[in-house]
Design a protein around this ligand. Sequence first.
Ligand code: SAH
Ligand code: DHB
Ligand code: MG
Length: 239
Amino acid sequence: MTDVPSIEPESQQRWTAVDHYITDLLLPEDPALDAALRASAAAGLPTIAVTPNQGKLLELLARVQGARTILELGTLGGYSTIWLARALPPGGRLVTLEAKPRFAEVARVNIVRAGFGDVVEIRVGPALQTLPELAAEGAGPFDLIFIDADKGNYPGYFSWALKLSRPGTVIIGDNVVRDGAILDPGAKDPLTGDTDLIRGVRRFYELLSAEPRVSATAIQTVGDKGYDGFVLAIVGDED
Ligand code: SAH
Ligand code: DHB
Ligand code: MG
């Protein structure tokens, strides 16, 4: 990667140790979430779910927001889904979109086991297909939207998120730093080797910057999952 120094293994070890310190103190053993991670690993899903302390941040943000309806893009095994569903009040609803039927099936079992079978709806298919279907059905507006599917499509996901929003909707976008690779327009993603990914994430920042309806920030994070970051945005009025 041009001009961006690589990360020392010692740094990663320290971030992981600190994540364990935080998790041991603030996040007690959690049978439903632990089972979801075990089942996802046993089914061979990639180990790219949010970390426990990030998952809890999602839950807390949804609680602060008072979210009653949540939309998630990128279910994987349902780990972040369960965290977000925990924030919902009685009668709350969560729709989560996943391209891979096999991942969605693992997620379904995990979500039912966690007690959210009646709260969460999983829509299987590429999100750029399921989003227009949702919109056509009159779904939304959602109170909180978590964008965490394929990063190359974040620009399209952001525009659908806006369509499915109301003033006050919170939009969160995961994986917007990627070891700092976003500094380099031609960079390959350090984890996947994918160039579309970095292009997509950079375009996402540009759309956020140009969109008068949103107020946004991004925060860099380090931890067990390395060096990355997330966008936090709130939808306002047209002007
Ligand atoms: N939110 C999850 C992690 C999601 S990983 C968690 O933190 O627990 C990204 C997910 O997006 C993967 O499951 C992948 O299959 C899914 N995905 C990739 N491309 C997609 C697409 N076009 N539409 C919907 N989901 C997609
Ligand atoms: C990947 C996807 C994620 O959502 C994430 O948090 C980390 C990695 C990936 O596709 O490599
Ligand atoms: Mg992610």
